[in-house]
Ligand binder design. Structure first.
Ligand SMILES: [Zn+2]
Length: 375
């Protein structure tokens, strides 16, 4: 009986997800490198290498400037073989470490795949993380109230991702699909002040932390989140916005070779012949397109406008609010807005702050019914 019990215990341990390190709840895990065969790592100061699974200390060192590589049995740093698929490096003294010459704050985890490729996850305090991204999301010369609104939004979004991804290896990636994280090089005095002045503040709806989406410019009306994702909540239903009219991203224009559009659609698995016409089938209440029909020399088909935008390129087709016509082999797009359009319109916030509105006014406007609370 005892044996069966202990076997059961071992078995249930094996079934548990691998918890590599107990991080404090205010630490964000950002994937800063993925699928790398090697990378550069520089640490000026004291550090400790641990096996991320059993947390055993493997090495203590000082000052490192090395290329990290992987082998079948583990990870090699500065000539030391660490026989583990996941190692955690605690950074003790220095404020900043460098990964491929880019500076970061906090600790890192290196995860090796069976094919000996590595990803690097940066473990960073939430407030430091928000400082790191704020400069990229809203330039430091912006009015302070707009920066504060963005700090609250970015913190809420990060907190929400931390909650959603707790069983995964990381909370966010370092790209436009989550938040652009520049590491410590991105910090500026004014953006840091906006983070410090709003320390811990986040957006809630009916007591629950909100996924505080945001985008560059809505182009006249923000979008209902339910149109894009399985998120149906009153503060994310969309509001009219007259504030972003002077945004540098209000209007966009793109001329694309129809052969390139066809290729992108084919690469995504859509059987597509020569494109003859792109027809707008329907628009939603925010005047964004919901469906497009692709008239082509094979079989015509209908595609969701949001999928079309992602397939052709979200930075070329900057929004799903456009008109399109085909002239010869060119598709000419004339559109408004930049981004998915859900939540805070960043350029709207900029102009609201210029008119003297506070961060709270801005958040009340773009997330009606939501509350700002300090975590
Ligand atoms: Zn707007």
């Amino acid at each position: 009986m005892k044996l069966i019990k202990s076997l059961l215990l071992i078995f249930s341990c094996l079934l548990l997800p691998i918890v590599s390190y107990a991080w404090p709840t205010d630490t964000v895990r950002v994937q800063v490198l993925d699928d790398a065969a090697t990378f550069g790592l520089k640490i000026d100061g004291r550090y400790e290498v641990r096996d991320a699974q059993d947390k055993k200390s493997l090495y203590r060192g000082r000052d490192l400037n090395s290329t990290v590589t992987a082998y079948a049995g583990g990870i090699i740093i500065a000539g030391n073989n660490f026989p583990a698929n996941r190692i955690f490096i605690n950074i003790n003294d220095p404020d900043v470490i460098e990964i491929n010459t880019r500076p970061f704050r906090g600790d890192i985890q290196i995860i090796k795949s069976p094919s000996n490729r590595m990803s690097v996850i940066n473990y960073i305090g939430l407030e430091d993380y928000v400082k790191g991204i704020l400069y990229h999301e809203a330039s430091h010369y912006w009015p302070m109230e707009a920066l504060k609104a963005q700090a609250i939004v970015s913190r809420s979004y990060a907190r929400y991702q931390m909650k959603e991804n707790v069983s995964k290896d990381f909370d966010m990636t370092n790209d436009i699909y989550s938040q652009v994280y520049g590491g410590s090089i991105s910090e500026r005095q004014r953006t840091n002040k906006a983070v410090e002045d709003t320390q811990g503040a986040a957006l809630f709806y009916k007591g629950e932390l909100m996924p505080a989406f945001f985008h560059a410019t809505c182009g006249g009306h923000t979008e209902d989140a339910a149109r894009l994702w399985k998120i149906n909540m009153p503060p994310l239903k969309g509001v009219p916005c007259k504030f972003c009219r002077e945004s540098p991203h209000f209007n966009w224009h793109a001329v694309l070779f129809t052969g390139d559009i066809r290729q992108a659609l084919v690469d995504s698995g859509k059987r597509t012949g020569v494109i003859k016409k792109i027809i707008i089938m329907a628009r939603d209440d925010s005047s964004r397109i919901t469906d497009l029909k692709i008239i082509n020399t094979k079989a015509d088909y209908v595609i969701l406008a949001k999928d079309f935008r992602n397939i052709v390129g979200p930075n070329v087709i900057k929004s799903t609010n456009f008109n399109v016509s085909i002239t010869g082999t060119d598709a000419v797009f004339e559109g408004v807005g930049w981004g998915h359009g859900v939540g805070l319109c960043q350029w709207g916030a900029y102009f609201m702050a210029k008119e003297g509105r506070t961060a709270e006014d801005i958040l009340d406007y773009y997330y009606p019914g939501a509350d700002v609370k300090t975590l």
